[in-house]
Every structure is written in structure tokens, then in C-alpha cells.
Design a protein around this ligand. Sequence first.
Ligand code: MG
Length: 260
Amino acid sequence: MKTLNSSIDVPLFFRRLREATQNALLLDYDGTLAPFRVDRGRAFPYAGVREILEKLVGVSRLRVVIVSGRWIKDLKPLLKLKKRPEIWGSHGMERLRADGSYEIAKMDENLLGGLVAADEWVENAGLIKHAERKPGSIAIHWRGLDPRKVDEIRNRIEPEWSLIARVWGLTLKEFDGGMELRAGVQNKGDAVKTVLEEMDREIAAAYFGDDSTDEDAFMAIKGRGIGVLVRNELKPTAADVWIKPPGELLQVLHKWLPGE
Ligand SMILES: [Mg+2]
């Protein structure tokens, strides 16, 4: 583990974890708890992660929250947990609480028009097999493709989707393995803020993530907890500490179990 923010006392944080009345563990999924796979439907967690999550979800005083860009319905078969954590999907557009109740944020109809335009363009461009549609966004995935093919797809999409983004007021973002056009007004930072607002002031909280969309969450947790970048290579980030998966990830997750 490497501390990136000198104003954060990491040993003190883990001592507070023992003493706080409530703790929150917020976790991204792809690239953080699970290695990337070309077949996204087979991106199962790293060995040992499912077992520890199962234990963590059962810890009293600890709220385990998964915050993913995926549609919740696509995430559940990969997590396959017996006990249910709280899950925020589609970058915070949807929320499945631990009690099973489900909510989805309302979307502006004008913004949805932009998504329809992007969807039609993808279909006409013959790129539908690379597309992922979910509430409030559409993504194109190019992981595993030949680099020349990636450049070709990026060069075709970027001008078209940039135009759609400008005209309809959507957000275009490249992520690790593709590009996404989002109509959602919610981002992962909003999900983190909502969870923390529902909890006591004196909690120990951490957010674990790997990618550009996690930066909103790293910013949102500042002052309330620590941001943990989970990645093999360091990159510019607002996170407070950096760990490499899966070894250091498992070690740090174990610290959240009582008596460890
Ligand atoms: Mg990720």
C-alpha cells in the first residue's frame, strides 16, 4: 500500500475502523473487485473476493455498498452473493437496497433523445455488437480488439458522439476499455454522498475504485473517509492510497472484518 495523500494517516484510519459506531465500505466492481475480461459477462471476482464479501456483508455496524457503472441486473449474476449488499448501478442511476427495494432516478426526456440518437447511429454504423445499453447511458467496449481496430472505432465514434453530447447536453467519457455517452445526471460521487449523508458523522468510510468514473467518488469521500485506488499501475488520481489487486486488495478488505 502506498500513501498518495500526505495529510491522511492510514494507520490511524484503520484504528478508527475498530472504534467507530458505524463503518462504510464502498466498492466499484470492474477492475477493482474483478479483473477485466474481453467477455464482460464472465468478469467474475478475483479468487477470494466473493468469500470475503460474503463475510463483510454479514458484519454488524458495517455497510457494504457496491457502486458500479454496470446495470444492476448484469452485475448480480457476477457477484453471486448469498447475502445481499446494497448496490448502486448505472453510475448511480439505480439503487438496490439491502432489503431488496429498488429505485431508479428519473431522466430528462430531452437527454433521452440524445441516447436514442446515439443508439441509432451505433446500429447504422454496424457497431451494435460492441454496445452496452443501460439506464441513462450507452457504452462501446473495445477491450481485447486489435489496437488498429480500437483506433478505427474511436475515430468513428468520437466526432459523432461528441456532436450528440453537445446538441443534447450529454456527457461523453472514455474509460478503461471503451467510451460512454451518459444522459444520467447522477455519477458515482452522488451515490457516495447520498450513502454518507444517511450515516453518522463519526464513521470510518472508504471507497475503492480503479477508473476515471471513480474519480468523482474519490472527490466525494474527501473529509469523510479515504479513497483507495486499486490498480496495477499508478495514474493521476484524487485517491488517498494506492493498492494492487488482488493481493493487497484482499489484505485491506480483511482489515474490515472484526478481530482481524
Ligand atoms: Mg472499475
